[in-house]
Design a protein around this ligand. Structure first.
Ligand code: EPZ
Length: 436
């Protein structure tokens, strides 16, 4: 299995292109099950995207990626998208409706096929995603919404069996602003008969990107990005070409890297507004960010200050940035605290960071960080996508050599992160685990 070998302490300088958003690309790709055809650009070359394309092909869709992925052919230029700039999807001649366990278990976002399959094929058989390391992550809110829209749902042998005579627009009030739940319901409502209103909807930028894409295809959606979204069902969707938004969590990860070690780092192909909560936290810790059109420049914080934060649904500080901010808190002057309000068990990376010399205590959903640590390199184990990113950042600032193992986690959500960091001056290499 792959690992990263990092030698810490090397300053970062230069410009890095932020890739397309995993969490915008996935729902947009799954919406292809609503029928018709479209093409996309700025789709990131990630394991989760490849898993999604595999599942969509198994569900009968025709997919072409042109030109072939550049990473294998022309080598890597960190300023250019690794992957092709054109991905085309269209309906095939078959319309199966089963998402098998062996794919769903590797990527819980596969549940995003439920809404579009019900809307278009009136049938779906999807393996229950099961829990994952960061929490139970049930999908009860998705299923209750589909039942309100006229789906009949049973669960047998670990599979969700859903069918409908035709979805009806409905009033859906979400107990919690679930991100993929909002996306699933929105996609189901696009072809439903009548109007659907989602209240207490999630407001993430990726939901706005999905809505913008569907509206570009002729869907009738208003209110995306607010807590109330209204969808009036249409008969069909039109072809379109669309470019996926940038990945705000990758952008946030590189902003923290810059705050840790940047002489002067510029991230480009970004907008600042989706990054506001991350920029606010970094500024409160002492960072000075220069906001340009389409780019942000940040240098290392000379004497980072500790602070307290809570992870919250957008526009709050994202839970997907919690692991990444901890190394900066660990070395800051003064204490910090992080309350994780979104997931029930998202601190597995803390034990590994403490092995590197951080001083973090977990009390229930709160991490108490004693600042002033000097991190030391160590062999550490990645446990999930964002924990991996946090450990890489810790390795960049640690004294000596760090080996981050199980980096297949990080490949799920970051496009060649080691090559982008190396191009900025980091000493980081991808190796086979246990290689000398
Ligand atoms: C999305 O997951 C993201 N994934 C996650 O990013 C992100 O961490 C999360 O939103 C929160 O922002 C994608 O967009 C593909 P939720 P999702 O439904 O939709 C509970 C990453 O690193 N809940 O908003 O699964 C749930 O247990 C990934 O890119 C229910 O109880 O998150 C959790 O505690 C990790 N019942 C909370 O709500 C439900 O039916 C938030 O979950 C649905 C959710």
């Amino acid at each position: 299995m792959d690992a990263f070998r990092i030698v810490g302490g090397h300053p970062l300088r230069g410009t890095v292109r932020i890739s397309g958003s995993k969490n915008a690309a996935l729902p947009i790709l799954f919406s292809s099950l609503l029928g018709g055809s479209f093409s996309l650009s700025n789709v990131p070359c990630l394991r989760d995207v490849k898993t999604t394309l595999l599942l969509l092909e198994q569900l009968g869709l025709k997919i072409s990626v042109r030109p072939e992925p550049l990473a294998e052919s022309k080598g890597f230029d960190h300023n250019e998208p690794i992957w092709s700039d054109l991905l085309e999807i269209s309906e095939g001649t078959t319309s199966p409706f089963e998402a098998p366990y062996d794919l769903v278990r590797t990527m819980r976002a596969s549940v995003l096929c439920l809404g579009p399959l019900l809307a278009r094929r009136k049938r779906a058989r999807v393996s229950l995603p099961g829990g994952c390391l960061i929490g139970a992550r049930p999908i009860d809110m998705h299923l209750k919404a589909f039942e309100r829209m006229g789906a009949r749902i049973t669960i047998h042998h670990g599979y969700i069996d859903a069918e409908t005579d035709g979805l009806e627009g409905s009033e859906i009030s979400l107990p919690y602003p679930t991100v993929t739940g909002t996306e699933n319901i929105m996609m189901a409502a696009v072809l439903a008969r009548g109007t659907t209103t989602i209240t207490n909807a999630a407001e993430e930028p990726e939901i706005v990107d999905l809505a913008n894409f569907l509206v570009a295809r002729g869907a009738r959606i208003t209110g995306a990005g607010t807590s109330t979204i209204r969808i009036v069902g249409v008969e069909r969707l039109d072809p379109v070409h669309y470019s996926v938004m940038f990945d705000r969590i990758e952008a946030g990860t590189f902003l923290v890297a810059a705050a840790l070690l940047g002489e002067e780092v510029t991230i480009r192909e970004v907008e600042s507004s989706p990054l506001s909560s991350i920029l606010d936290v970094l500024k409160a810790m002492g960072a000075e960010a220069e906001i340009h059109t389409g780019a942000i420049t940040l240098g290392a914080i000379r004497r980072p200050r500790g602070l307290s934060l809570r992870t919250l649904p957008y526009p709050g500080f994202p839970t997907d940035m919690q692991a990444q901010i901890l190394p900066l808190m660990a070395i800051a002057e003064g204490p910090s605290s992080v309350v994780e309000t979104v997931f029930e068990n998202r601190f597995t990376h803390v034990m590994e960071m403490n092995r590197m010399g951080a001083n973090i205590e977990i009390h229930g959903s709160q991490a108490m960080v004693r600042g002033g640590s000097r991190l030391e390199g160590a062999a550490v184990m990645a446990s999930d996508l964002r924990a991996s990113a946090g450990l890489v950042l810790a390795g960049l600032i640690a004294e000596g050599e760090t080996e981050v193992r199980r980096v297949y986690h990080i490949d799920r959500g970051y496009e060649a992160i080691e090559k982008k960091l190396e191009a900025l001056g980091a000493r980081i290499k991808r190796i086979q685990e246990d290689s000398p």
